[in-house]
Design a protein around this ligand. Structure first.
Ligand code: SF4
Length: 199
């Protein structure tokens, strides 16, 4: 009988957890993310080689921004930081662009994504009362026109600055696959992700 009571309690706990996860996913969709899912941090693949891709500076942001390498911290340091959390809300926004060369369209899409990112984050903090969080966004922080990293000065708005998922060496494609979120959303689209880790 005692075992049954424990089993019922465990089931109740699992249902409550599932309900609160569903609420977080809905919060992302309500904020206009196209896809969202809950991930377990223990199942995230951290790949040091992705940091080497940052060093090759294809995005031209290497050593220009506090939220990207090397300013964000070493691979081991950021991985340890992320692994202090148990779960994550992964969400993706999808945007139409004129062509795969439409740089202006991509930049405008990133601004739209950032609005969604900030709204999701605000909902999680204020409506869902999640205080112990680590929010990671797509790409470098663009809150200021010129990041103070370039002037060897501390970040001016630490509350507004979010490290990039790429800087954490997170295998985003693998993560999306494990949650059934499409990596490719069709011709002339660009997709960005946000990942908010929480306990
Ligand atoms: S808030 Fe400004 S200073 Fe801080 S990381 Fe972002 S761009 Fe750089």
């Amino acid at each position: 009988m005692l075992i049954n009571i424990f089993a019922a309690e465990a089931l109740k706990g699992a249902t409550e957890l599932e309900n609160s996860f569903n609420e977080l996913v809905n919060a992302a969709i309500t904020a206009k993310a196209n896809h969202a899912a809950i991930v377990e941090v223990g199942k995230i693949k951290f790949v040091e080689d992705f940091r080497k891709a940052c060093e090759q500076n294809v995005c031209r942001k290497y050593a220009t921004n506090w939220m990207c390498p090397p300013g964000v911290g070493s691979f081991e340091a950021v991985k340890t930081q992320a692994c202090r959390y148990q779960y994550g809300l992964l969400f993706q926004t999808v945007h139409q662009v004129a062509s795969s060369f439409d740089w202006k369209g991509m930049m405008s899409a990133k601004k739209d994504h950032d609005k969604v990112f900030r709204e999701v984050l605000s909902n999680l903090k204020n409506k869902h009362n999640l205080q112990e969080i680590l929010a990671l966004n797509a790409g470098a922080c663009e809150f200021c026109n010129r990041c103070t990293f370039l002037d060897n000065e501390p970040c001016r708005f630490p509350e507004e600055a979010f490290p990039s998922v790429e800087a954490f060496g997170i295998d985003v494609i693998n993560l999306e696959k494990t949650c059934g979120i499409p990596y490719y959303n069709g011709k002339n689209t660009v997709s960005y992700v946000g990942l908010i880790l929480f306990n």
